[in-house]
Design a protein around this ligand. Structure first.
Ligand code: AMP
Length: 146
């Protein structure tokens, strides 16, 4: 089995992210790897088609601040030291791939809902990251909550 040195975890900050983080911690622990966490926020105006007749800067800043607080709190709740938490802005799949390349991650850990058919065609983040990533990817099968 590969000996991973740098693991990047994609954290969507939903309750699913705890399953993904736990798996990443297990792997990082076994390998003595550096653990990096990333959350991506889409640019608010882009989400509305890029043509919004108002200044969304302060809204974007509040979203960034809130995301930073939440990812920091998730990181400090882990039983393994976190080397870095990052909140990036842009396209989720691209930002995850680019950050993995930037920090030299040799493994990306990401959640997967195991979608198929039309739901998969419409896009899943794990599928998007897989295409074009330059390192191993572990798609953690997310257990549905009751
Ligand atoms: P999804 O395809 O949206 O159901 O997301 C599946 C997985 O992709 C999540 O469990 C996360 O690991 C990752 N992911 C989704 N959205 C984000 C995000 N905004 N930032 C970081 N990771 C994300």
């Amino acid at each position: 089995m590969a000996n991973y040195k740098r693991v990047l975890v994609a954290v969507d900050l939903t309750s699913d992210s705890d399953q993904v983080l736990q798996r990443a911690v297990d792997i990082a622990e076994r390998n003595g790897a550096a653990l990096h966490l990333i959350h991506v926020i889409e640019i608010v105006s882009f989400a509305y088609g890029g043509d919004v007749p108002m200044d969304l800067t302060s809204l974007q800043e509040q979203i960034d601040k809130h995301a930073n607080e939440r990812i920091t709190s998730k990181a400090s709740a882990l039983s393994y030291p976190v080397a870095e938490t990052v909140v990036a802005t842009g396209n989720t799949e691209e930002e995850i791939r680019e950050h993995a390349a930037k920090v030299g991650a040799d493994l990306i850990v990401i959640g997967s809902h195991g979608r198929h058919g039309l739901a998969l065609l419409l896009g899943s983040t794990s599928n998007g990251v897989l295409h074009g990533a330059k390192c191993d990817i572990l798609a953690v099968h997310l257990q549905e909550e009751d």
